[in-house]
Write a protein that binds this ligand. Structure first.
Ligand code: HEC
Length: 318
């Protein structure tokens, strides 16, 4: 473990100089998100184009989002070390921040309270700039003992609730413990593992983009979600016919059903007809993004749609 850490800090030094810093100015229309983290963000052991920031940016571009992800990962960084470099890690045009830290704290056995305080200060500083945060959690290794592991685990949901920020509970979810997705150290994901992480985290990143507002409007997030999950059967444009004849165009569905029903339908999955779909449930933020998009193509925003067509107390005939 010791050896590993010192190797990481050496690499940290190397990274600070070699990564240099990406141009601080956003191209027109581009949304800049800073990924603040440790080696998991920096892309330890990976070619730069396979790092988390690079793969996340490519995935967002493929979904039509004009986003640049700044790699502000420094291998070996604890939460406290990242707090110390925070001021210069955020370019002026930053619109949102992903915080992925704590793994080195756990490896070094830093008391969870200290990690929590440093993360809290990071969130406070980012929020003081008016920027939304997506907090990604990490788990402490089992050999730290049950009490430590539990206290450490609680840091992330506690902070997310306290500061009302988006939470992605476990950064390595889907990759950790999968041999084919991790590097030989068992700590860092390989390129394929990062792809899994990016895919799993995407809904939260899209929610972060929606919070970042500005040129990334909620409707375009909704459009991207529908394109990815629904367009293979339903028409999602204002005029197009559905590729699958029996699937109604979603603009018609939007017109026909009260908003409340759509909200609960999209949030809870769309029933048995959609059983083979990769995604049948959406978060609250995603549902509102979808409804905003459907509102934009029908010209009737969700706020102007009837809340419910159902009569208050309809007597059921015996
Ligand atoms: C594999 C094809 C397929 C995909 C993908 C798909 N749907 Fe459907 N959907 C259908 C079909 C077919 C129907 C009509 C079924 C029926 O009425 O019996 C339908 C019906 C619906 C209805 C109900 C409309 C009504 O009139 O009752 C809604 C709402 C809906 N889909 C939303 C979605 C959303 C949102 C997505 C993307 C998350 C999606 N669907 C993805 C095939 C699909």
């Amino acid at each position: 473990m010791k050896l590993h850490i010192s190797r990481l800090s050496l690499l940290a030094a190397a990274l600070v100089f070699s990564l240099g810093f990406q141009p601080a100015r956003a191209a027109p229309g581009e949304t800049v998100i800073v990924a603040l983290g440790d080696s998991l963000t920096a892309g330890y052991g990976l070619p730069q184009d396979q790092s988390f920031p690079a793969q996340l940016q490519a995935a967002l571009k493929a979904r039509g989002q004009n986003v640049r992800i700044v790699n502000a990962g420094v291998s070996g960084d604890t939460a406290t070390a990242a707090l110390q470099r925070l001021d210069w890690a955020l370019p002026d045009d930053t619109r949102a921040v992903i915080v992925e830290l704590g793994g080195n704290d756990a490896l070094q056995g830093i008391p969870p309270e200290g990690t929590k305080q440093a993360l809290a200060k990071i969130i406070e500083k980012v929020q003081a700039k008016g920027l939304p945060v997506l907090l990604a959690g990490i788990e402490a290794p089992r050999n730290m003992g049950k009490e430590y592991v539990e206290q450490f685990h609680a840091i992330y949901p506690d902070l997310a609730a306290q500061y009302d920020v988006l939470l992605y509970p476990f950064f390595l979810d889907g990759a950790a413990l999968h041999d084919g997705l991790m590097q030989r150290d068992g700590i860092h994901p390989n390129g394929k593992g990062v792809a899994v992480i990016v895919d799993k985290m995407m809904p939260k990143v899209e929610a972060l983009l929606a919070e970042a507002g500005g040129n990334v409007d909620s409707a375009s997030v909704g459009k991207a979600l529908l394109e990815k999950n629904c367009a293979r059967c339903h028409s999602i444009t204002a005029t197009g016919a559905s590729p699958l004849a029996k699937a109604p165009p979603l603009r018609d569905v939007y017109r026909r059903f009260p908003v409340q029903e759509l909200e609960s339908g999209f949030a809870e999955g769309m029933g048995s007809r959609h059983r083979d779909m990769p995604q049948t449930q959406f978060s609250t933020e995603q549902v509102s993004a979808i409804l905003n998009y459907l509102g934009s193509i029908t010209g009737v925003p969700p706020s102007q749609r009837p809340r419910s067509d159902l009569p208050e107390q309809e007597a059921i005939p015996p």
